[in-house]
Design a protein around this ligand. Structure first.
Ligand code: TXA
Ligand code: MG
Length: 324
């Protein structure tokens, strides 16, 4: 049975006790809901993979509540420190080399045995209190079944993972709505592994040139790069200027004429608003569309600037051919 908690201090404390005891708890971050467990406890981390049906080669992001704690586990480069000061707490994940011989070890299951570790300090009060009260670094992927749409509300988590996890803390809808930007700093040149809540336009003035790591099938660096991901049941068609009668419409800006099922990510073409709505609207159109017997979801063009890059990345994966 999955317990439902509010984000009151006393209920976050109860959730922290569950984490300390090796349980798994979903909680709201500014990006999406995460499914958290004590990153130093291999059995607890294993339960995250089980609940999500996630392949064991796909490492998790380790969440911390303060900077000093992060750099006990990973090597602090000058650039990492600068980015951390500027963007944390926030929607940026840094991939850095792990330190060897730390007293408290992060479970190698959480990092899929890599020599690097993905780290981030989330900004919601609930996330940081959960980490503080449990006194543990928390391993947390997005709280969805592997390959499916990420959750931006506690209800999304409940619908998918009820009975599979110990608790969900409801702190309302997520502010940013897409996952964190993942920047790999473990090599000479900063590499973008996943566009997300912090934009390239914000990063480049600090980082200089950033290599963009396009999805590749042969060598998976961030398995979030698997081309089919974030997949609704209905097929998704992108950059549509024309909608068929048997399609649902996901609009952006002034909508195309369509009398059937539709949602508008942002009437005013505001990319922040569109990111906030993205996963909830995709889920809605998928469920309602199937009930109405529709054959697909048609998406209007969205610019690839600012948060648009992350939005287009998720939609491209939602539209990608499904792996068998
Ligand atoms: O916003 C977010 O990042 C959310 C919230 C909960 O923090 N988390 C999230 O986790 O999106 P997840 O597991 O859904 O996506 C994390 C991505 C995966 O694609 C994983 O492969 C990649 O991060 N990753 C983790 N550790 C890595 C590492 N050492 N090197 C490269 N990629 C890594
Ligand atoms: Mg995910």
């Amino acid at each position: 049975m999955t317990s439902l908690f509010s984000d009151s201090i006393s209920e976050i404390k109860q959730a922290a006790t569950i984490i300390k005891q090796g349980g798994v708890v979903a909680f709201g971050t500014e990006t999406v809901y995460g499914l958290g467990a004590d990153a130093t406890n291999s059995q607890a981390v294993q339960r995250i993979y089980q609940a999500k049906g996630r392949p064991s080669f796909n490492p998790l992001i380790i969440h911390f509540s303060d900077l000093d704690h992060v750099f006990q586990f990973v090597i602090k480069t000058e650039l990492a420190h600068e980015l951390a000061l500027k963007f944390w707490p926030g929607a940026l994940t840094l991939v850095l080399q792990q330190k060897k011989n730390t007293n408290t070890q992060i479970s190698p299951i959480a990092t899929a045995n890599l020599s690097t570790m993905a780290v981030r300090i989330p900004s919601t009060k609930v996330a940081r209190q959960l980490i503080k009260f449990s006194q543990k670094p928390i391993a947390a992927p997005s709280a969805n079944s592997s390959g499916k749409i990420s959750p931006s509300t506690a209800q999304h988590v409940f619908q998918e993972l009820n009975h599979k996890i110990d608790a969900i803390i409801d702190s309302g809808p997520c502010q940013v709505g897409v996952e964190s930007t993942i920047l790999d700093l473990s090599n000479n040149v900063p590499t973008l592994l996943r566009p997300g809540g912090v934009t390239l336009e914000d990063l480049i003035p600090i980082c200089g040139p950033i290599i963009s790591n396009q999805p590749i099938e042969t060598k998976i660096i961030a398995p979030g790069q698997l081309s089919s991901h974030y997949a609704p049941h209905l097929p998704v068609r992108l950059n549509c200027h024309e909608i068929f009668p048997d399609e649902a419409l996901l609009a952006f800006g002034p909508p195309i004429e369509h009398t059937g099922l539709s949602k508008n990510l942002s009437n005013t073409a505001n990319l922040e608003e569109a990111a906030q709505n993205l996963f909830a609207y995709l889920r809605f159109l998928d469920v309602q569309g199937r009930e109405l017997g529709l054959k697909g979801i048609a998406v209007m063009p969205i610019p690839k600037t600012g948060l648009g890059l992350a939005i287009c990345d998720r939609l491209t994966r939602a539209a990608a051919p499904r792996l068998a």
